[in-house]
Design a protein around this ligand. Structure first.
Ligand code: COI
Length: 356
């Protein structure tokens, strides 16, 4: 499919923000990519890069009523030589199609979606920040737009990509976060949509996150829905523990997100020769290891958060401080190496980076 490009005139473009004080997801670039889908009229059509503008949707658009909404998150990085790098864009779009399948939404034509994403980043290339640690966050999204009431797959959808120059996701930056382990709320159930990047999963997480925040915690760690015992994931990240010499992360059981940063971290850790295991790990095992001082470190992985060291867990009224509340050696190494690959400072033996 041919992609139409309608660019904003140079004089009408928005002022560029100060790259050192971006926050997360507050500002949006000049352009967006849009591609509608109509099951009756032959599927995906008219892909277009166009000025960033509001949508006009019917109040009966099915996304408002039945929540067929999925999204992705990836980043563009400004390399030292000025080049723009994308990190694993194909993996993100492929995961979006897995989410789409789970929610009975149409599969994206991957070649056009990737070409659209790249065309969009090219149109807004000067929005990719050059301040250290700042990136351009890219948010592919798909929603049901057909105007109809009745619970069934919609026949019309909109796939769009918007972009936002961002700094660190957490106010702490790359510093240890304090996590509240909830046994009151659950994020996902076996057989549910926990492995899909469905907007509803995030809606379901907000209440627990707000309650945790009120008590001074940055995020919530979710336990499995059946026994409230096994660790699943943290708010917007997958979670890893280093116990003794072993690196442990919960397996992709169907109720946690198959994180692309998780996958990248696993690859690096394995290649560095650490013993790594993907297995169910109970919160009791984690806390017992904390009590015996064999819990050396814990960290989360995610596109927005990158690598986020966990300095403390709070569970059932008790605190478990990890590594003296400081960033562990593996978290630091992973953060440094991943960022070096993403920004193009280090060799990328994995073919993860696509340079525009
Ligand atoms: C991401 O890490 O890209 C996410 O989607 C998390 C988030 C900001 C909801």
């Amino acid at each position: 499919m041919e992609i139409t490009i309608h660019e904003v005139a140079a004089a009408e473009r928005k002022p560029r923000p100060d790259g050192t004080a971006l926050g997360f997801g507050q500002l949006f670039t000049d352009h967006m990519f849009v591609m509608p889908y109509d099951a009756v009229k032959g599927g995906w059509h008219d892909p277009e890069v166009r000025p960033y503008t509001n949508f006009s949707l019917d109040p009966a658009a099915m996304v408002f009523h039945y929540g067929q909404a999925i999204f992705e998150g990836l980043k563009a990085y400004r390399g030292g030589n000025g080049a723009v790098h994308l990190f694993r864009p194909t993996a993100n779009l492929a995961r979006m199609n897995i989410s789409a399948s789970r929610l009975c939404m149409p599969a994206l034509p991957l070649e056009t979606a990737l070409a659209g994403l790249k065309a969009l980043v090219r149109s807004d290339a000067d929005w990719v920040p050059s301040a250290p640690g700042a990136t351009l966050y890219i948010r592919p999204t798909m929603v049901a737009t057909e105007a109809a009431l009745g619970v069934r797959p919609a026949k019309q959808y909109l796939f769009f990509i918007i972009m936002s120059p961002v700094g660190a996701y957490y106010p702490e930056g790359f510093n240890p976060v304090k996590i509240y382990v909830t046994d009151q709320y659950v994020r996902a159930v076996p057989g549910g949509v926990g492995a899909a990047k469905a907007a509803g999963n995030y809606a379901a997480s907000i209440r627990a996150a707000e309650e945790a925040k009120k008590q001074g915690f940055t995020q919530v760690l979710w336990l499995d829905a059946c026994e409230r015992r096994y660790v699943e994931e943290v708010g917007t990240m997958n979670i890893f523990f280093v116990i003794g010499d072993e690196v442990i992360t919960p397996p992709l059981s169907g109720s946690i997100l198959p994180g692309i940063t998780r996958d990248s971290a696993l690859r690096l850790i394995r290649d560095w020769g650490y013993p790594v295991v993907e297995r169910p790990i109970s919160i009791d095992e984690v806390l017992e290891a904390g009590g015996r001082d064999t819990l050396k470190e814990a960290f989360g992985t995610g596109t927005a958060a990158v690598i986020s060291p966990v300095g403390a867990l709070h569970y059932q009224g008790r605190d478990c401080v990890i590594n003296g509340g400081k960033t562990g050696a593996l978290s630091q190494r992973l953060f440094d190496e991943l960022q070096a690959i993403q920004y193009g400072r280090a060799r990328d033996p994995y073919g993860w980076v696509e340079t525009l």
